[in-house]
Design a protein around this ligand. Structure first.
Ligand code: SAM
Ligand code: SF4
Length: 371
């Protein structure tokens, strides 16, 4: 029996992809091990959303050179967004890598691995697969009480800084029956909580044959007997409806936490980011949410140092973050991601300035959380 080790870098979506890969490989007779030293197959599932995330994958891959030098039979694969974004660089810089698989082809990883093992060739598989929206009930989840459940893939928003639509493709929702069946099966296996995942869960249902939106899906999920808690992420501020707010407010099983990425407090920068709302819209939305949902926990993402972000723009972000008083905030230093639109703009905020703005916001958020 071949032993496989998988290391995951990145967001919840990547963690779920890895759980799906492990489930597929277990079905095909592979055994999961907890260190690369014990493995015949080493897989890295990596993120490409920010430069920092990529650097962690490059560092990890470099370290595998020695392992491969000791045992030429070991097969090394790179999966996920980083594979889709950087296949040429991976093949050139890392001769130890045998297999490169994009995020929409990971459900076929067993077939690809067999080919690499049996034929000894290098293999690259990218783009859209035929079944990437299908059943994921075979995922082998690490957590035995709380499960990530994918409700949609891809994204249509094309925020100007973001590479996700290019790597994970256009937005597509899973039929509600498939999602609800998967959750019922999880509950039957002892799961108490589900975390519904999508790049923008608020636009769930668009282009499905059935007429359904995210609020309807939440209501139906809440009806599943035995399920205790429902979480979800990520919510795009431009797509939160009053209907959705009322469902969250009225349904006890839905955890009162919304992750609502702000990205910037400057209307000029928000326009350049193609976010589809301004600071006033965001403030109005937060007021509505807090009024309707008692005990709401609000978290956010902010990017500092977007191209052309002046000190004045940053001050607007700082002041808005302070005014809102988030319970948690993730602050990211901007990095250009080709082919995303902003990568064609000059990355003109020096790294030292990005670092300073990052530290200022982090300090502010720590202070707010302690209050
Ligand atoms: N769909 C989700 C959303 O809209 O929030 C998740 C997108 S991304 C995986 C998570 C966060 O990474 C974004 O909210 C954004 O703050 C950050 N991010 C994306 N692209 C970035 C870039 N080029 N530079 C810095 N941060 C970036
Ligand atoms: Fe990227 Fe924007 Fe889509 Fe989130 S909503 S994945 S930030 S394009």
């Amino acid at each position: 029996m071949k032993k496989v080790y998988i290391r995951t870098f990145g967001c919840q979506m990547n963690f779920l992809d890895s759980e799906v890969v492990v489930g597929i490989l277990a079905r095909e007779g592979f055994e999961l091990v907890d260190s690369p030293g014990k493995a015949d197959v080493i897989l890295f599932n990596g993120c490409s959303v920010r430069q920092h995330a990529e650097e962690r994958v490059w560092g990890g891959l470099g370290a595998l050179k020695k392992i491969k030098a000791k045992n030429r039979k070991i097969k090394i694969g790179v999966l996920g967004c980083i594979a889709e974004a950087h296949k040429d660089e991976i093949l050139r810089r890392f001769p130890q890598v045998d297999l490169v698989v994009g995020p929409r082809r990971v459900k076929e990883v067993g077939i690809f691995l067999r080919e690499v093992i049996n034929k000894g060739n290098r293999l690259v598989v990218l783009g859209q697969g035929s079944d990437f929206l299908k059943d994921e009930s075979f995922a082998l989840r690490k957590n035995k009480t709380s499960a990530f459940v994918r409700i949609m893939v891809g994204c249509d928003n094309f925020c100007s800084y973001c590479i996700v639509p290019y790597l994970r493709g256009r937005e597509r929702s899973r039929p509600s029956r498939d999602i609800l069946d998967e959750i019922s099966a999880l509950v039957a296996n002892g799961y108490e909580e589900v975390i519904l995942l999508g790049q923008n869960v608020n636009s769930y249902g668009k282009a499905l044959e059935e007429v359904i939106d995210f609020a309807d899906l939440l209501k139906q999920t809440a009806k599943i007997d035995g399920l205790k808690r429902i979480r979800f992420m990520t919510s795009h501020p431009k797509d939160i409806s009053m209907k959705l707010i009322e469902v969250i407010a009225g349904e006890k099983k839905i955890v009162r936490h919304i992750h609502l990425p702000l990205q910037s407090g400057s209307d000029r920068i928000l326009r350049l980011m193609n976010r589809g709302y301004d600071s006033g819209d965001y403030l109005t939305l937060v007021a509505k949410l807090r009024q309707a949902i008692s005990g709401l926990i609000l978290s956010t993402d902010v990017i500092v140092g977007f191209p052309g972000e002046t000190r004045d723009d940053f001050k607007k972000t700082y002041n808005l973050v302070k005014e809102i008083g988030f319970d948690n905030a993730f602050i990211f230093k901007y990095s250009p991601r080709l082919p995303a639109a902003s990568a064609k703009m000059k990355d003109d905020v020096p790294l030292s300035e990005k670092e300073e703005r990052n530290q200022l916001l982090l300090a502010l958020c720590r202070k707010e959380v302690r209050k």
